[in-house]
Design a protein around this ligand. Structure first.
Ligand SMILES: [Zn+2]
Length: 277
């Protein structure tokens, strides 16, 4: 009996303890909730006043771009140019047996009133002749007459004779005044030498002074429009290795001639074929 009572008492105590524990637990939970940071009352979203100007939007800071890779200057399509323009100089030699394709007689194909050929049998490339005739017809329309064509095509043997006759084909600066046959554009028929009636009968009919004559100035201004370039310009002797020749015109076609004029380059530069000094 005594034990039983004790058992019941123990059970009661356990129940009380349990109830107390549960109460304590509940109290702890309640306490925790009450000490927690009060939830912010939701503030109403700021109403946008349509009549006020919008606040300045923040300028997004520029995203730092990776170091810019230098854009290479547009490279000229030298290969395409070389495919269209025959380069003949001291470093780009004509083959010993080179012969031009399509030669015609100057007097039959360059018939403009502003020009005559010094020799009746001078030959020239056909396309070059047609372009030259258009050019000298334009000169006549501008009132510029008195051109004299001294030579155009020269066979290898003739160029060799000219070269061999020079005691000093190279001047004091090291620039050629007459080139050996392998380096002469005259063998191609694409080039010709031009002077005027005033100079043609002088001992040397091809003079720097031609560049300052009316005819020389007209050519320097207009030859490009007809596909010709002043092949050995002043200031480019270090590259061409040939002294200034205002009288030597070379046909390259209108597109290339205009591009060369605009670039201020000589032909070697235009073709990307400048030899290291
Ligand atoms: Zn020449």
């Amino acid at each position: 009996m005594k034990i039983r009572v004790t058992k019941i008492a123990l059970l009661r105590i356990l129940i009380i303890v349990l109830v107390l524990l549960i109460a304590a637990l509940l109290a702890a939970i309640l306490m925790r909730n009450s000490t927690a940071a009060p939830k912010p009352t939701p503030t109403s979203a700021p109403t946008v006043n349509p009549f006020t100007t919008a606040p300045p939007t923040e300028v997004p800071t520029a995203v730092p771009t990776p170091a810019a890779t230098p854009t290479p200057a547009p490279t000229a399509d030298y290969a395409a140019r070389r495919a269209e323009i025959l380069l003949v100089n001291l470093y780009h030699r004509l083959a010993d047996d080179y012969l031009p394709g399509d030669l015609v007689t100057v007097v039959n194909y360059i018939t403009a009133d502003s020009i005559r050929s010094r020799s009746g049998d001078t030959m020239i490339d056909r396309t070059t002749a047609a372009a030259a005739n258009r050019m000298f017809e334009a000169a006549a329309r501008d009132g510029v007459y008195g051109f004299v064509l001294t030579t155009a095509y020269r066979p290898k043997e003739f160029q060799q004779t000219l070269y061999s006759a020079e005691d000093r084909p190279v001047n004091d600066q090291g620039y050629y005044m007459v080139v050996p046959p392998f380096a002469s554009e005259h063998r191609t028929g694409l080039a010709f030498d031009i002077t005027n009636e005033e100079m043609v009968n002088k001992p040397d009919s091809l003079l720097d002074a031609f560049g300052q004559s009316g005819q020389g100035r007209w050519l320097a201004e207009h030859c490009w429009e007809y596909g010709f370039i002043i092949r050995y310009p002043v200031g480019k002797e270090e590259i061409t290795r040939i002294s200034y020749e205002p009288w030597h015109l070379r046909y390259v076609g209108v597109e290339h001639a205009m591009a060369i004029r605009a670039s201020g380059e000589c032909l070697e530069e235009y073709l990307g074929e400048v030899e290291p000094a």
